[in-house]
Structure formats: structure tokens, C-alpha cells
Design a protein around this ligand. Structure first.
Ligand code: HEM
Length: 415
């Protein structure tokens, strides 16, 4: 293992996150250097070890002796700093904590099994025509304009509109849901200030209150939506409680939305930066599935995730103790030349979908089929409707939040 005390030229803490301008604009250069010089790198500022090689990252994600429950990590660990809502059980009574993605077995297995009975491939496939309609309606709102912010007008609202409709949350709350999700997401910033934390807590409580009302209404009168399906989901005599359903909905709304927004934003940005690839996709729309996989690999929306050692163990000969936090870089793994030849080239015909953008192992993304479908339909529709789309007058601005890599603002010229 490499210790930064031995090599002060390697960055640590916030300098290894999107808070740092250099990292934000060009993470590949730093990841390449870490992968070669310190592939298992102890970042003392954040009390974590960062892994950047594809094989190591995949091994950790699939390893049974790594967990995700922050309560099992050392006090003041990186894990404990992120994703805490600050809502206590007593004041909240709004949703269970931690969320599915931070829950270990047996609780994780139980909730994931029940959830997958409601969030089925069939339920997602059934959304296809509605995703197309929602996309077309949104495109029509700016078809006469010459320049827009792609995130504000298209990629930002779309996933919220789609998941809200799937869940059965009234569309009148679309803007609220987006605002709350954006604030709750700030929980992933280990450097967040008191005001941000307050906004996060308030949003969490308000969103949970709306979901609570919706779940109660569906218990009284079930309809054909995802919340009713979650209420119906049954495994032997077990079923999801209201708090569990509310918590799951919050996760779908928060973690599922921004990542899908970023898939579209990062995708359009990559296509505009590689006009030959854009033209190829416009001329051969059947390449869209491969193109979305390459976008996920090339500029993946969730750049890292974390794990806690549940026991003494080792990875590539490097020992870890119980309670140690590891962060595995999905973005670095997806650019490992040992796995992907010419990893920094964007090639929509690469035809290799072994990337780790959706993770791997028991926590592998539950919403991957929906995210893929949305990415394919929405990006395709946009570049076909605006075939000459190109960078706008203003420069794009990337988000400063760790973990979630995407654009706050992506101006584009439409005609
Ligand atoms: C391009 C878009 C998306 C990306 C890149 C993405 C990425 C990921 C990744 C990497 C994980 C695993 C995290 C870990 O192992 O620690 C994950 C988990 C999860 N994702 Fe996604 N996601 C996306 C979209 C969605 C959508 C649309 C939904 C639902 C509407 C969703 C719901 C979830 C849930 C519930 C989990 C937790 C699964 C578990 O812990 O068992 N995601 N996602």
C-alpha cells in the first residue's frame, strides 16, 4: 500500500474529489498516475484507501467480507461523513435508515428481494411508450429556440418526470421532487456546511411527508403504479412496511435521477466533442445501445463507491483491518488499459459492456435497465430532432459534488 507521507506529490482529501478544479476537469490524468504508482492508495485526509485498478475494484465489489453499513466503519470515517441525512428516528419517523445501498445482509437481501418483485423488467419495459411521449413533450417546449441549457431544459427534469409517473406521485409535485432530490444529494459532500445540512434535512422530511401521503392513499385504493406494486410485493409472509416503501422511493428519486441526468449530459458532451461519433450515431440509430454503454464507461456518472472491511482481509496482497473504509473508483476502473485498450478514446462501436458504471455484486444498480432505456430513448430523440446540436456560447460547468460526475449547466446551440 502506498502511504502519502512517503509521496507528498500525490493529492489527498478534497483534492481527490470534484471539489478540486483540476480533478474536476481532468480526473483521468490523476487516475492514470495513481493506477501506476499507487493503485491501493491510503488517503489519510479522508481516512480511506482509494483503489483504481479494474480487477481490484471488481474484487472488492464482489467480496463477501466487504459491507456498506457506515455504522461498522471507524468513527469519523469517510463513510460516516457522506450520505447522512441528519434526521433522527424520533423526529423523522419518515423513512428507515440507512438506505438500501448502505444496508448489509440480512436486511439488504430481504428488502432487495421484495423490491425486485415490484421494480421488474416488465414494469420498466411497460414504461417505454410513456418515456417516448414525455421526451417528445419536453422537446416540443424548446423546438423553436436556438440555444438552451441541456441540463436545465431536458436532462435535468426528464428522469424525475419518468420516475414520478412510475411511482404514481402526482405530476404537480415534479418541481418539488427535483428540488428536494438535489438538496438531499448534497449529503454525498463530505465538506458540506451547516446550511447545506439543514437544507438536506428539511428536504428529506418534506419529501418523506409527500411520499407518506401517497403510500397511505395507495393502501386505501391501489392502482397500477410502482407504489401499489411495492405494497403488494410479498415474499412468503413478509412484505414491505410503509417506512421501507418511503425510503425506497426516496432512493429512486435521489440516486436514480441525477445519475440518469448525468448519463445524458455526459453523453451529449462526449458526442459533441467527437463529431465523427455523433454523425455515425445519427446515421446508424441502431448503434444507440452500444453508444450508451460507451458513454457509461467513458464518463461514468457515479465515479466511486465505498466499502467497509467486515473482517481482516487482503486485496492484491494489501492487508485491511475490520472497520477500514475503501473507496473504489468506478471511473478509474473503466479507464484501466489492462481492461480496455485505448481507454481514453471514445468509440461508440467498442462493443465492450464490461464496464463497472452500475457497480457489481449484490448492490449492483437496481435501476440499470431503466437508466439504459431512458438514456437510449432520450439521447436518440434529442440528436435526431436537433441534428446540428453543438456547444453553446457559454462554457459548460461541471458539478463540484464528489461521487456524482455531471454538468450543472451544459449550454447547446440547437440550430
Ligand atoms: C446512469 C444511471 C445510473 C447509474 C450510473 C447508477 C449507478 C449505480 C451504482 C454504481 C450502484 C451501486 C452502488 C454500490 O455498489 O455501492 C447503484 C445502486 C443502486 N441504484 Fe443506480 N444508477 C443509475 C440509475 C439508477 C436508477 C434510474 C435507479 C432507480 C430508479 C437506480 C436505483 C439504484 C438503487 C435502488 C441502488 C441500490 C441497490 C442495492 O444497494 O442493492 N439507479 N446505482
Amino acid at each position: 500500500m502506498s502511504d502519502p507521507d512517503d509521496d507528498l506529490s500525490l493529492p489527498r482529501g478534497a483534492a481527490l474529489t470534484a471539489r478540486d478544479a483540476q480533478f474536476r476537469e481532468d480526473p483521468d490524468a490523476l487516475y492514470d498516475s495513481l493506477r501506476v504508482h499507487a493503485p491501493i492508495y491510503r488517503d489519510t485526509a479522508y481516512g480511506r484507501t482509494l483503489l483504481t485498478r479494474f480487477d481490484d475494484v471488481r474484487s472488492v465489489l464482489r467480496h463477501k467480507k466487504f459491507g456498506v453499513d457506515a455504522r461498522k466503519s471507524h468513527p469519523d470515517s469517510y463513510m460516516r461523513r457522506v450520505a447522512a441525512t441528519g434526521v433522527s428516528g424520533r423526529e423523522g419517523q419518515t423513512a428507515y435508515e440507512p438506505p438500501l445501498v448502505l444496508l448489509d445482509d440480512p436486511a439488504h437481501r430481504r428488502i432487495r428481494l421484495l423490491m425486485s418483485k415490484a421494480f421488474t423488467p416488465h414494469a420498466i419495459e411497460a414504461m417505454k411508450p410513456r418515456i417516448q411521449v414525455i421526451t417528445d413533450e419536453l422537446l416540443a417546449t424548446f423546438e423553436d429556440e436556438s440555444e438552451i441549457d441541456f441540463i436545465e431544459r431536458f436532462a435535468g427534469p426528464l428522469p424525475t418526470l419518468i420516475i414520478a409517473e412510475m411511482l404514481g406521485v402526482p405530476s404537480t409535485h415534479g418541481a418539488d421532487l427535483k428540488r428536494w432530490s438535489d438538496k438531499i444529494l448534497q449529503g454525498y459532500d463530505p465538506e458540506r456546511d451547516v446550511t447545506t445540512q439543514r437544507g438536506l434535512r428539511e428536504s428529506y422530511v418534506e419529501m418523506s411527508a409527500l411520499l407518506k401521503e401517497t403510500v397511505a392513499a395507495r393502501r386505501r385504493k391501489p392502482v397500477e403504479d410502482l407504489i401499489s406494486a411495492m405494497i403488494r410485493a410479498q415474499e412468503e409472509s413478509d412484505s414491505l412496511t410503509d417506512l421501507e416503501i418511503i425510503s425506497l422511493c426516496t432512493q429512486l428519486l435521489v440516486a436514480g435521477n441525477v445519475t440518469t441526468t448525468d448519463l445524458m449530459g455526459n453523453g451529449l458532451h462526449a458526442l459533441m466533442a467527437h463529431p465523427a461519433q455523433m454523425h455515425k450515431l445519427q446515421a446508424s440509430p441502431q448503434l444507440i445501445e452500444q453508444a450508451v454503454e460507451e458513454i457509461l464507461r467513458y464518463d461514468c456518472p457515479l465515479t466511486e463507491t465505498a466499502r467497509i472491511a467486515l473482517d481482516e482481509l487482503s486485496i492484491s496482497g494489501c492487508p485491511f483491518s475490520q472497520g477500514d473504509t475503501l473507496t473504489v473508483s468506478l471511473a478509474a476502473a473503466n479507464h484501466d488499459p489492462a481492461q480496455f485498450p485505448q481507454p481514453h478514446e471514445f468509440d461508440i462501436e467498442r462493443g465492450d459492456a464490461t464496464h463497472l458504471a452500475f457497480g457489481s455484486g449484490v448492490h449492483v444498480c437496481l435501476g440499470a435497465p431503466l437508466a439504459r432505456l431512458e438514456g437510449q430513448i432520450c439521447l436518440q430523440a434529442f440528436i435526431q430532432r436537433f441534428p446540428t446540436v453543438r456547444p453553446g456560447t457559454e462554457s459548460p460547468r461541471r458539478r463540484r459534488l464528489p461521487f456524482f460526475r455531471g454538468f450543472e449547466c451544459l449550454p447547446v446551440k440547437l440550430s
